[in-house]
Design a binder for this molecule. Structure first.
Ligand SMILES: CC(C)(COP(=O)(O)OP(=O)(O)OC[C@H]1O[C@@H](n2cnc3c(N)ncnc32)[C@H](O)[C@@H]1OP(=O)(O)O)[C@@H](O)C(=O)NCCC(=O)NCCS
Length: 391
């Protein structure tokens, strides 16, 4: 089998999905997606759009402005009609599924150059928009247990995750994200995009909007759960509603060498695992266990972890059950912060964490061998992918 390497990865800054305050409130998700497609080709002149075998794009809600967004953003951006696109839905892991589709196609020899990424605009296409659940589902599950916040509360209870540990995770997520931003660590992945301040002034957005600079344990302790009477999951320990897009160039190693492209990581493997949708947040436990078994890599060999912080409760439960880490601040997990601070544009995040993992392993942990990226998804989907340093 061929080897698949990451040649480049970029993302838009994450904007707040708010109709009055969001910096990208007047941007459409296809515009954000086109911005990352464009940036990839501008940064990698040796890669011609017409030489791309196919484009895979993840999005959690393929409806309205996000209907077949991978294709429509490609065409609207002026890219060649001859290149096929495939918009993929696996709820939050959609972007990771897109990357895995490309990696597997490369390894099987179906093609040498792929674009993969994800996009979500939770302002214009709100979570659950136009959702029509099969009535029969209620014969199997209590529908009150299916919404994301309810699952996060249930996981906190089942895995005994304390409110204090969740607040602590949110605190460090924001601190680490702010430090990474201030030290310019996101500069290699963020593509500046024009946005608007609250008063309508246009400006070039080059940083994530959600990061809270004045986060404090005392203030967080006062917030009530919006999900459950006397619940423990709050706005601070939930990923906020976000707009954002990202994309990577994935290539066979031979092609990357032929074109003179630099790379640091290769795809070692990926696993999608299903679980009970009422505790969807623990999906990574199943996916990561199976992934490590199949790739014969031990938990202690994982040097860097990116786990999507959909909720503090579920990410802490996963990290603990997998024996990766116990409590924030972590030693190898989400070193530049996570979704609690950066935001979580659903179908984008699975690809975004791979981009960040790649950048962390290139710069901050250059000797790290294995990097793990994993996330949960609504209705019980876990996804995990393992990446290995090649040089
Ligand atoms: C949790 C959620 C409902 C909160 O939405 P919201 O009420 O619009 O959120 P806000 O950001 O306005 O926060 C609510 C309050 O908490 C406060 N708050 C939030 N995070 C805080 C923090 N870290 N520290 C201090 N205060 C904080 C806000 O300031 C706000 O208080 P205010 O109204 O007095 O200003 C929403 O973010 C959500 O649904 N998240 C989950 C998304 C999801 O399910 N994704 C899929 C995962 S699988």
């Amino acid at each position: 089998m061929k080897e698949c390497v990451i040649v480049d990865g970029v993302r838009t800054p994450n904007g707040r999905a708010h109709k009055d305050k969001g910096w990208f409130r007047n941007k459409r998700p296809d515009e954000l997606m086109t911005a990352v497609y464009t940036a990839l080709f501008e940064r990698n002149k040796q890669v011609r759009p017409e030489d791309v075998e196919a484009v895979f794009v993840g999005t959690a809600a393929q409806v309205g402005m996000q209907n077949d967004i991978g294709r429509l953003a490609w065409l609207a951006g002026g890219f060649p009609e001859s290149v096929a696109t495939n918009t993929i839905c696996q709820q939050c892991p959609s972007g990771m599924a897109a990357v895995e589709h490309a990696a597997r196609a490369i390894m099987c020899g179906e093609g040498d150059i792929y674009i993969a990424g994800g996009v979500e605009d939770m302002l214009h296409v709100p979570m659950g928009y136009a959702m029509d659940f099969p009535p029969r589902l209620s014969e199997r599950y209590s529908m009150a247990d299916i919404p994301m916040g309810a699952t996060a509360e249930k996981v906190a209870q089942l895995y005994n995750i304390s409110r204090e540990d969740m607040d602590n995770m949110a605190f460090y997520s924001n601190k680490k994200a702010a430090a990474a931003r201030d030290q310019g660590k996101f500069n290699n992945e963020i593509v500046p995009v024009e946005g608007e301040q609250e008063d309508g002034t246009k400006f070039t957005v080059d940083r994530d909007q959600w990061i809270r600079d004045n986060v404090s344990m005392e203030a967080m302790a006062t917030i009530k759960s919006p999900f459950k009477e006397d619940g423990v999951v709050t706005a601070a320990t939930s990923s906020p509603l976000t707009q954002g897009a990202c994309a990577l160039i994935l290539m066979s190693r031979e092609k990357a060498d032929e074109l003179g492209c630099q790379y640091h990581l290769k795809y070692k493997g990926g696993v999608m695992a299903g679980c009970d949708p009422t505790v969807m947040g623990i999906g990574p436990i199943y996916a990561v266990k199976r992934l490590l078994e199949r790739t014969c890599v031990g938990v202690d060999q994982i040097d860097v972890v990116e786990i999507n912080e959909a909720f503090a409760s579920q990410s802490l439960a996963c990290l603990r059950e997998l024996g990766l880490e116990k409590n924030a601040p972590f030693e190898k997990t989400n070193l530049w912060g996570g979704a609690l601070a950066l935001g979580h544009p659903l179908g984008e995040s699975g690809a975004r964490i791979i981009i960040t993992l790649n950048n962390i392993m290139k710069t901050e942990r250059p000797n790290a061998r294995f990097g793990l990226a994993t996330l949960c998804g609504g209705f019980g989907n876990g996804n995990a992918s393992l990446w290995e340093r090649v040089n």
